[in-house]
Design a protein around this ligand. Structure first.
Ligand code: PNW
Length: 491
């Protein structure tokens, strides 16, 4: 599509930070190296056929754990100024708590040194879903308040060691999704080690999900408070939200408006309400009743203001539709999987001209740059007007990948993804220039093809191609598109 011509050579603010991102389990491989403990994902990816669609695992992936030096050098050669990976909790604390695994610490020391040596800024996520399995067996991990102190100890250890090099800390990646993982499968020992006494109906699943969410908030807040008030860290701290924009199909239809509102509340309101206003949004409380845990006054005080800025992983946008049936939010209509009694949402509508569709393994994702621009404005001007600035902490696209492709030029010519990046980056620049939204950073997902949780290695989000046979990496067209966009617009 043709670009907004007024953007030509317009500049981002000098302080704008950008780079590529990924997470430990999705790229490192080396699943049992150097004393690493297992995480829940080591278990899940080895579950009976079909749990991960193509039955692949994170055992090897791209072996970033061994090949990080070439990966970092490659970023340098490509002109990427910053890298946002995650640290693996079960590497540093194989049992989640207790003794530190010095071999893993030495490894991450070296990764950080290598990044600094190449002049690439490390921006670190402390937890990207790889919960130590030991804590799951011990007390049900995020379903127990005991996780708060264990996460705190781990986070303190990593922050104290690396804070002088790290300008941004993301405590937790997308609590919306990691808590959903807990509630999707029955607690009967089939998928997980049995960890509680939950009823396996919709309500029981929802209880687990919102309780886990509650503990991620408390864990984040405890770390953030210590970071700011006691440790007086020199960087900024927040957590990464998962959310896609929901816009009412027709603002004159009350159920459409309600549908959009509920969808927003149940995705980003769930975690944004507590840190901006000190509590969950009213719609969650009325809909969920006693399914939703409550904060004590001191917990509210702890969480409120616990983020220095807002971080959103914003991949796509939806049009929300209402219907008379949908608005009866009783336990009978409860859909524990996704968003509770929210009326339907669909990609589409006139609001967001739909760009190309992505790989079937990421069928939730269409390219909707106009949706991103509306979303950034909506979050900062309407929903959470107190947030000082916003960062797009992930955005990206899975080019449909034909396994029959054998010619490198076909594999590397990922024009849909290139188009996605240009559209989304233009939308960010427009937000800054025309909507007065303070966007201070953007992180492209992902450095290269990696293990995509539910669809495995066959869904490829990379800006570089990974050949999973010889582990070679090759930049795709989208990488050069991204780079040339920033060459024009970064200062
Ligand atoms: C993010 N959705 O998750 C995760 O942080 C990454 O680990 C993951 O690889 C990436 O997006 C691509 O999927 C999401 O359904 C999962 O809207 C699902 C959604 C959004 C983000």
């Amino acid at each position: 599509p043709s670009r907004d011509a007024n953007l030509t050579s317009k500049k981002l603010p000098r302080s704008f930070m950008w780079g590529v991102s990924s997470s430990a389990y999705q790229i490192e491989g080396a699943a049992a190296a150097d004393g690493k403990g297992p995480s829940i994902w080591d278990l899940l990816s080895h579950r009976p056929p079909g749990f991960v669609q193509d039955n692949s695992t994170g055992d090897v992936v791209a072996e970033h754990y061994y090949l990080y030096k070439q990966d970092i050098r490659r970023l340098k050669l490509l002109g990427i100024p910053a890298f946002s990976p995650s640290i693996s909790w079960p590497r540093i604390f194989p049992f989640g708590t207790g003794a530190v695994n010095e071999a893993a610490v030495a490894h991450y020391d070296d990764v950080i040194q290598e990044l600094l040596f190449r002049g690439i800024t490390p921006v670190l996520t402390l937890f990207h879903w790889d919960t130590p399995l030991a804590l799951f067996n011990e007390y049900g991990a995020w379903s127990s308040p005991r996780i708060v102190d264990d996460f705190f100890n781990y986070a303190k250890f990593v922050i104290m060691r690396y804070d002088k090099y790290v300008p941004i800390w993301f405590t937790i990646n997308e609590p919306q999704y990691c808590n959903w993982q807990y509630s999707t499968y029955p607690d009967d020992g089939t998928y997980w080690p049995k960890y509680g006494n939950w009823t396996d109906d919709k309500v029981g699943k929802a209880r687990r999900r919102f309780l886990c969410g509650h503990h991620t908030l408390l864990a984040h807040a405890k770390v953030a408070k210590w970071y700011k008030e006691e440790f007086k860290g020199k960087g900024r701290i927040t957590f990464k939200n998962s959310g896609n924009y929901y816009e009412a199909r027709d603002v004159n239809l009350p159920n459409d408006v309600l549908s959009a509102k509920r969808s927003v509340d149940f995705s980003i309101g769930w975690f944004g309400g507590p840190w901006t206003d000190g509590d969950y949004p009213p719609s969650l409380k009325t809909t969920l009743g006693d399914i939703l845990p409550t904060f004590t006054p001191s917990e509210k005080a702890l969480i409120k203001g616990s983020c220095d800025f807002y971080a959103i992983d914003a991949y796509t946008a939806y049009t929300a539709y209402g219907s008379d049936n949908d608005i009866q939010c009783t336990n009978d209509t409860f859909n524990a999987a996704w968003p509770e009694c929210a009326p339907s949402s669909q990609m589409g509508g006139n609001q967001f001209p739909l760009g190309p569709s992505s790989d079937p393994g990421a069928s939730w994702l269409r390219s909707t740059p106009a949706g991103l621009r509306k979303y950034l404005k909506f979050i900062t001007k309407e929903l959470f007007p107190t947030v000082p600035d916003i960062v797009v902490s992930e955005f990206g696209f899975a080019e449909p990948f034909e396994s029959s492709l054998t010619k490198m030029e076909d594999i590397l010519w990922d024009l849909r993804r290139a188009d996605y990046y240009q559209g989304f980056l233009d939308a960010i620049l427009q937000s800054i220039l025309y909507d007065n939204v303070n966007v201070t950073g953007a992180w492209a997902w992902s450095i290269y093809d990696n293990f995509e949780w539910n669809s495995g290695l066959s869904t490829r989000f990379g800006l570089q191609y990974v050949n999973y046979t010889d582990l070679s990496r090759t930049p795709k067209a989208s990488m050069f598109q991204l780079k040339s966009w920033f060459r024009e617009h970064a200062q």
